[in-house]
Design a protein around this ligand. Structure first.
Ligand SMILES: *[C@@H]1O[C@H](CO)[C@@H](O)[C@H](O)[C@H]1NC(C)=O
Ligand SMILES: *[C@@H]1O[C@H](CO)[C@@H](O)[C@H](O)[C@H]1NC(C)=O
Length: 926
């Protein structure tokens, strides 16, 4: 048996050649992601162009007085030159400081509700909340508020640019209750002048109302104002609510400060949309300050100077379109590999190429390993092109996320995908079905991912457990992974930060860690299942192993001798023996003797081989082979003749390990076909009835591959291949380097024969090797086989008697599952022929004369044919001497005109027809 690495090497080289031949398909495959990336890039560019207008940028002012948008050479940009929309986009390196505001209800008077365990304490604190002075020198003592809704950031406080008023809350409002305030924007210093926002502030009276419990406060806040109209929505309640906030002092006292604050977010908060700033800090500062004053005294103040946003760079309004569409497109790109792997696997199965390779010694281990590694390599190259191209055209999806995370993710996924293809290949026997199902899966998964699965991913309130359950479908785990990449790329682009880094895997909302874990676990499960099914269910590996095949490893390996005993004990008990012809019985004895003596001169020994197909649907069992015993020695070519349906194919299939014998066995070079098939393959060649060839590989490449499988190397290999090509007449005229798909039927046939003989196998099966060959090629082929048989045992089935006679040392005629006769062609003719055929043509008047002549030669002659003067007779050989016939004919010629005559020996064809007829009263020959 050739080594694992030899086989792996052979298969690898074959696959490589195959792939290079398929360069067009490969280029097309790689172009797909390229086209998609380009498409995304173009769409992105088009959208960016649309968005690239001044209104989508930070506002600017031209200092040389020209048009801002065109030939302005000296321009300044910033918040102060921006409208409210542009301002949000400006870079803010040092954000402005805004006075802290309260979220005001739009009312003339506001109040806070408060409660707690100790009313006198609560009232004491609450009484300090709103100031009473009119000292407006700093904002610290002024409680400002606004009803203007907040934004998502606080670079620009909307209260100061909106038309709605700013309020200040006092415990008492004077008659002259409007003050002017100026907010200095210290960060925006232009021409050494401070920029101020000026605003008018109206006084609002603030009151505090003690409530007995927190539920009273909740009633006031949410329900109390709604009593008259229960259908009012919450936000409308807040709109009409005059309550600024609710405080629960809980168990606070002088030594203990513990407060709960209820507040309204802002007026139009519907619960959707981006998060907005909430004006709570001032509420907390108010109560803390009041507590401090209550405890320490009025001179003490807890100042709250300003609120300030974090610095930011200029925001781009570019939508990162590619990142948003990415998951759907890229799911397609990556899934596209799945049908490719699947169809390649099913192709080798459908074309029986895997069996063919196995029959020439390729073990399952190297096959699975190399195929897997090969698909993995292709997938990785594909993914590399995809990521490299995507990065080259600058898609954020690729450039922002950490490449090592992307590599790990894609690597794990393509592994899982290949393993799945191996598993699913077991379900398909047809390439087209596999392709259709594969591509439907690709597109279906992408669409389902985009329109069904993604909404669940986006819904942060949706149960993570169900997300994980859905991600058990590998397509969705792929989608989820790509979705995470796209989200990180999108927000990375938006905020100017990086995309996903390894540290981000622990983010609460990041599913990628789950995805990776699920995919790795699935990979292990799928690989195990795929291997198991490959060994048990699929016929891809020839003989199906029992579902518990792996337990066999613990059993002792069966040897040839352990199977001998039963066959010896069986002697005499076989009732068939009496019915068999003497030559067949003799062959059976030869087999038994050979087994008993452990004789090694026989390359092939079939010991009472039987195959019974179980009855199905009420039909009786079918006996395909009924106890075949045969011994074929080294250097012998055994011809197997028989009508169609006689069981020849079942016999050959058992011998080459495609089906298991029902009982009996055969030994090839002493190895049992039931247990040692893997070793037998290394020494076996098969020329199947249908040519099993790769359409795109050349004849030479086929032979190189099978030669390598048979452990040929280097110059020995080249030489063997060349000789082999020459011997089957495929060497000249560049035929050897033409693709097998372009060969004629005869050329394919000759290549198949050459394949079966390469690597000097000791046993060769040829199933009708010369069918479809022209006479010249056939002669050529016969010479090849004749030369080949010197060194090996050959079993050959054929329908050509000429071929059988020419090539075979012995023949067996096989009818209805059993051998009817065995012997060399001459013996058979002698035994079964035993008569001459005499033909004579005269005018129709002399027919009676001819008949008399024949009767005179042999009284037992038998007329088998007569038409218009031509008659045919069968004459037993023992009755006549050929010289007598000539004499009689000369004699007859003198009496009447003999137009033609002939005497023929029986042909093998006659023997065949006779044997077949005798064995089978039902005419199966027609
Ligand atoms: C309630 O608070 C007041 C003022 O702080 C204090 O004097 C009084 O002891 C407190 N009552 C209780 C029951 O703690
Ligand atoms: C506020 O000022 C008014 C008049 O000056 C005074 O009557 C009232 O007690 C003061 N309230 C507080 C809480 O200082």
């Amino acid at each position: 048996m050739t080594g694992f690495w030899t086989q792996a090497n052979a298969l690898f080289r074959k696959n490589l050649t195959f792939q290079i031949r398929n360069i067009k398909t490969n280029v097309r495959m790689i172009l797909f992601p390229v086209v998609l990336c380009l498409l995304l890039m173009l769409l992105q560019a088009a959208i960016n162009r649309q968005l690239d207008t001044p209104s989508n940028k930070c506002g600017c002012k031209c200092l040389d007085g020209k048009n801002v948008h065109r030939q302005c050479h000296k321009q300044v940009c910033g918040i102060e030159y921006s409208d409210s929309k542009q301002a949000a986009l400006c870079p803010v390196y040092s954000p402005p400081e805004w006075p802290p505001l309260l979220q005001m209800p739009d009312f003339r008077a506001v109040r806070t509700d408060f409660t707690g365990r100790n009313r006198s304490f609560g009232e004491g604190v609450a009484g300090n909340m709103f100031p009473n002075s009119s000292d407006f020198s700093s904002f610290d003592g002024v409680v400002l508020g606004s009803a203007t809704p907040t934004a998502t950031s606080n670079f620009l406080e909307p209260a100061f640019i909106s038309s709605s008023p700013i309020y200040y809350v006092q415990s008492q409002c004077r008659s002259n209750s409007t003050i002017s305030i100026a907010v200095p924007l210290k960060s925006v210093v232009l021409d050494e002048h401070l920029v101020f926002f000026y605003a008018e502030a109206k006084c609002v009276q603030g009151q505090n109302l003690w409530r007995n419990s927190d539920s009273d406060i909740i009633d006031d806040l949410y329900v109390g104002h709604n009593k008259g109209n229960p259908k009012k929505k919450t936000n409308e309640i807040l709109k009409t609510n005059e309550i600024l906030a609710g405080y629960d002092f809980l168990n606070s006292d002088i030594n203990n400060y513990h407060v709960t604050v209820w507040h309204s977010a802002h007026k139009d908060d519907t619960g959707n949309g981006p998060y907005r700033i909430v004006r709570v800090p001032r509420l907390i500062n108010l109560v803390s300050n009041a507590f401090l004053q209550y405890v320490v005294g009025h001179s003490t103040q807890m100042l709250f100077d300003f609120v300030k946003e974090m610095p930011k760079r200029e925001t781009e309004t570019r939508t990162d379109f590619s990142s948003l569409l990415g998951p759907l497109f890229f799911t397609w790109v990556i899934l596209q590999l799945f049908p490719i792997v699947l169809t390649a696997l099913v192709y080798e199965k459908q074309q029986n190429l895997r069996i063919m390779m196995k029959m020439h010694g390729l073990g399952d281990g190297p096959y699975l390993m190399i195929s897997y590694g090969y698909f993995l390599a292709i997938s990785m190259v594909y993914m590399f092109c995809f990521v490299a191209f995507g990065s080259a055209v600058g898609l954020n999806f690729f450039t922002l996320n950490d490449y090592s995370i992307q590599f790990v993710f894609y690597f794990i996924y393509v592994n899982l995908q290949i393993a799945l293809a191996f598993l699913l290949a077991a379900l398909f026997s047809n390439v087209k079905t596999a392709a259709v199902v594969g591509y439907i899966t690709v597109f279906g998964t992408g669409l389902l991912g985009g329109f069904f699965f993604q909404p669940f991913l986006q819904d942060k309130s949706f149960s993570r457990v169900w997300i994980i359950v859905m991600m058990l479908y590998p397509g969705f785990s792929l989608y989820a992974g790509l979705y995470e990449f796209s989200q990180y790329a999108f927000y990375g682009n938006y905020s100017g930060a990086d995309g996903m880094q390894w540290g981000d895997l622990s983010d609460k909302d990041n599913n990628l860690a789950h995805v990776l874990i699920i995919m790795v676990m699935e990979w292990f499960v799928v690989v195990f299942m795929a291997y198991y099914i490959d060994q048990v269910v699929t016929s891809g590996s020839g003989v199906r192993k029992s579902p518990l095949f792996f337990l066999k490893m613990f059993k002792k390996k069966s040897t040839m001798s352990s199977f001998r005993k039963p066959s010896l004990q069986r002697q005499g008990s076989n009732v068939n023996v009496q019915l068999e012809k003497p030559d067949v019985v003799q062959e059976r004895e030869r087999v038994e003797q050979s087994l008993a003596e452990q004789d090694t001169s026989h390359s092939i020994v079939c010991d009472n081989l039987k195959k019974v197909y179980p009855g199905r649907d009420g039909n009786p069992e079918k006996f395909a082979v009924r106890g075949l015993s045969l011994a074929i020695s080294h250097g012998e070519c055994f011809g197997m003749l028989g009508p169609n349906g006689a069981g020849k194919t079942s016999f050959i299939n058992m011998m080459i390990g495609l089906i298991k014998p029902s009982s009996g066995t055969a030994y090839i070079q002493g190895l049992d076909i039931r247990s040692n098939m893997d070793q037998i393959y290394a020494n076996m060649g098969v020329c199947p009835q249908n040519d099993l060839l790769w359409e795109t590989l050349t004849g030479r490449e086929h032979l190189l591959f099978y030669g390598r499988l048979k452990n040929l190397k280097g110059s020995a290999l080249t030489q063997a291949v060349e000789e082999s090509l020459k011997s089957v007449n495929l060497f000249n005229g560049g035929v050897a380097d033409k693709q097998a798909g372009k060969y004629s039927g005869g050329m394919k046939r000759r290549l198949s024969v050459a394949i079966s003989l390469i690597g000097d196998p000791k046993v060769v099966y040829m199933d009708e090797p010369s069918t479809g060959l022209d006479p010249a090629s056939r002669n050529n082929l016969w010479n090849v086989v004749k030369r080949a048989k010197q060194n090996r045992a050959i079993i050959l089935t054929t329908h050509s008697m000429e071929e059988a006679e020419h090539l075979c040392d012995r023949l067996g005629i096989f009818v209805d599952g059993s051998l009817q006769c065995v012997g060399n062609p001459k013996e058979l003719k002698g035994r079964y022929g035993g008569s001459y055929v005499f033909t004579m043509t005269t005018s129709s008047h002399h027919e009676a004369d001819v008949e008399n002549l024949v009767k005179g030669l042999s009284p037992n002659a038998n007329k088998i044919y007569q038409i218009s003067g031509t008659q045919k007779f069968e004459m037993p050989k023992q009755d006549i001497k050929i010289a007598d016939v000539f004499r009689a004919v000369e004699n007859a010629k003198s009496r009447f005109t003999v137009q033609a005559w002939g005497l023929a020996d029986t042909t093998l064809e006659d023997v065949f027809i006779k044997v077949a007829r005798e064995a089978q009263p039902v005419d199966v020959l027609s």
